[in-house]
Design a protein around this ligand. Structure first.
Ligand code: GDP
Length: 362
């Protein structure tokens, strides 16, 4: 599965968001460092298409795809030098596929701010600087280690060191690797370093209930994100935590009262999905209707491999019906009669929403 680390300064609302996402009810207290151990929650991906397919097929079981969220201990200034929970924080975040950076965009005198004022620009810079310095540290250690190997003429080491030498000054200026412009080959060459500032990142602007409009803090985050080509998701984490506590029926009523079409969390989860370049295909059997996660651009055998590696190895063909056709034509039989049921081979590139069935050799 794929995971997304939730980071941000202490007291910006990370635990509140994480709790709402997982409804796990871990403590969110008005106290920096209250989230010490990384907490992991597996969150179902909201997808109305899955409900629609289940209505049609009436399976015994319905399984959504999921995204893992990791609540990472609060970062403070100096973390890259090992202050606070710095080293632990950085090790945890290195393991994640993407980063959700929570930024405080709400005023509340009852909630202490670590720097004593709500200032999204300074907060974002603090976090980004620590991440860049952590990457710089990894680069410098890497260069030191490679110097000797390069002398032996190892081609791979030479290529890696050339890239590390090139990016070192950029990081030393506190700039993220995202903005360096490494090409795909270069990124592959240094992948094993797990650089933090290369990870796909979104900003979660944590606003008050009435802070979605006319909120200068939110405007600031939007401007910063636009300059970095990053995504912003405005959410009121406190409200989301309340919504998450409600039973389904109550929740629907509450959302309607608030004029919301869906919980804000659904936008967070979908944004995480988009950030990672992921899409969904479905299997729709009478036993189980299920959503599966696959990278955009994946071929049919790769999609089969998500279910089981044997499906990929022994792949023969995929039976495919597009989601819209499947629903409009009342399922597989209807799709067959209308000529919308296709057999696809090894080079077929999966489309978002495809309803698939794989044929394979064992
Ligand atoms: P963390 O240290 O980043 O994990 O922050 P927490 O999630 O523990 O939140 C710190 C405090 O801020 C708690 O008292 C929360 O109830 C409060 N809080 C979180 N989100 C909001 C929000 O959107 N509005 C307001 N007013 N308070 C919030």
């Amino acid at each position: 599965g794929f995971n997304c680390g939730i980071v941000g300064l202490p007291n910006v609302g990370k635990s509140t968001l994480f709790n709402a996402l997982t409804r796990s009810g871990i403590d969110a207290e008005n106290f920096p460092f209250c989230t010490i151990e990384p907490n992991t929650g597996i969150v179902p991906m909201p997808d109305p298409r899955l409900d629609k397919l289940a209505e049609l097929v009436k399976p015994e079981k319905v399984v959504p795809n999921t995204m893992e969220f990791v609540d990472i201990a609060g970062l403070v200034e100096g973390a890259s030098k090992g202050e606070g929970l710095g080293n632990q924080f950085l090790a945890n975040i290195r393991e994640t596929d993407a980063i959700a950076h929570v930024v405080r965009c709400f005023d509340d005198d009852n909630v202490i701010h670590v720097a004593n004022q709500v200032d999204p620009t300074a907060d974002i810079e603090t976090i980004n600087l620590e991440l860049a310095l952590a990457d710089l540290d990894a680069v410098e250690r890497g260069i030191q280690r490679l110097v000797r190997i390069v002398k032996g003429g190892d081609k791979d080491a030479i290529a890696t060191k050339a890239i590390l030498d090139k990016i070192q000054p950029h990081l030393a200026e506190g700039q993220p690797l995202r903005s360096f412009g490494l090409d795909a080959d270069e990124q592959r060459q240094i992948r094993s370093y797990g650089f933090l500032t290369l990870k796909p990142t979104m900003y979660i602007a944590n606003v008050n209930e009435d802070g979605f409009e006319n909120n200068p803090h939110l405007d600031t985050v939007r401007a910063i994100a636009a300059a970095e080509n990053a995504v912003v998701v405005p959410v009121c984490n406190k409200l989301e935590a309340e919504i998450a506590e409600l039973e389904d029926e109550e929740r629907a009523m509450f959302l309607e009262e608030m004029g919301m079409t869906e919980p804000g969390l659904d936008r967070v989860i979908r944004a995480g999905f988009g950030l990672l370049g992921l899409q969904t295909y479905f299997t729709a059997g009478v036993k189980e209707v299920r959503a599966w996660t696959v990278r955009i651009g994946a071929t049919a055998p790769q999609a089969a491999g998500v279910i089981h590696t044997d499906f990929e190895k022994g792949f023969i063909r995929a039976e495919v019906v597009g989601y819209e056709d499947f629903v409009a034509l009342g399922g597989e039989n209807g799709a067959k009669e209308a000529g919308k049921w296709r057999l696809e081979g090894k080079t077929y590139v999966v489309q978002d929403g495809d309803v698939m069935h794989f044929r394979f050799n064992v």
